[in-house]
Unconditional design. Structure first.
Length: 281
């Protein structure tokens, strides 16, 4: 009898241990121990695996840029969307847009809105979310004439190959004027393509590289896939902000007429050029 009781007690103890092991695993999955994994796919404002958001983000950002309303980053929208997926991308974009200054609001201003002030993100605002970048650039093209087909750091597939696109693609008609975003110096004006045709091995195609020395920073702006013989500048030339420098084409590694708008720092790091544009100019 004692052996039966002992065996029963042993089995019961083992069951209890197994139960707690399973419970602990389940609670970990459910974030019971306050390990915040809601926005774990966002690092240094780069949204990893962002292809799952592209169909939601592209039409919204394209509409706002085309209407010259201003720019809100994907990372800001995803941070809030992941907290409450009942919010639409269009709704979050609008809530985060300073309609007067036509730029993204500091996060603490957004968190003052009643529908956001109880979410966990608003209880842990970091300095980066509130320190918005300066806007030294004017627009590289008339935004009313473009459709955004690729945003900065978009994960995409082109001609069967996957990549992360470190620039903006702004689709527009062939011949649409392209402008200098700053007072700067032309570093490169390369127009090797004499016909406006796609070359899958052609990189930027016809392109211009503009050096922009702005307060506290130097940027290099690359305009790619430009129309043959459309360059209005030469290497070493000083240009004024807003001056037409070339026209849209589809030369090089392109899928159709568009402006490839890329911005680099001195150390060749690619940065979000749209975030440097003053939409009020």
């Amino acid at each position: 009898m004692n052996k039966v009781v002992a065996i029963g007690a042993g089995i019961g103890g083992a069951c209890i241990c197994i139960f707690f092991v399973i419970l602990t695993a389940c609670l970990s999955v459910l974030n019971f121990f306050n390990t915040d994994t809601t926005n774990s796919d966002i690092e240094d404002e780069y949204v990893k695996n962002n292809s799952k958001y592209s169909n939601l983000y592209l039409p919204v950002v394209s509409k706002n840029i085309k209407n010259n309303d201003g720019y809100v980053t994907l990372s800001r929208i995803v941070k809030l969307y992941n907290e409450n997926t009942s919010f639409s991308f269009a709704e979050i974009y609008s809530d985060n847009l300073d309609k007067i200054n036509k730029q993204m609001k500091p996060l603490d201003e957004v968190c003052d809105m009643k529908k956001y002030n109880n979410i966990s993100l608003c209880n842990n605002i970091n300095e980066q979310d509130n320190n918005l970048s300066s806007k030294p650039f004017s627009k590289p093209i008339d935004f009313s004439k473009v459709t955004v087909t690729s945003y900065f750091m978009q994960e995409r597939i082109v001609y069967g190959k996957s990549d992360v696109h470190g620039a903006w693609d702004l689709a527009a008609s062939n011949g649409t004027p392209v402008y200098a975003v700053c007072d700067g110096i032309i570093e490169v004006s390369s127009f090797k393509y004499l016909s406006n045709s796609i070359d899958k091995n052609g990189g930027y195609g016809n392109y211009i590289k503009l050096r922009c020395d702005v307060p506290s920073a130097t940027y290099y702006v690359i305009y790619g896939h430009l129309y043959p013989n459309s360059s209005k500048v030469k290497k070493g030339m000083n240009v004024s902000q807003g001056k037409q420098i070339a026209s849209v084409g589809t030369t090089g590694y392109s899928t159709g007429p568009h402006l490839h708008f890329e911005v680099q720092t001195n150390d060749k790091k690619k940065v979000d050029g749209m975030n440097l544009i003053n939409f009020n100019t």
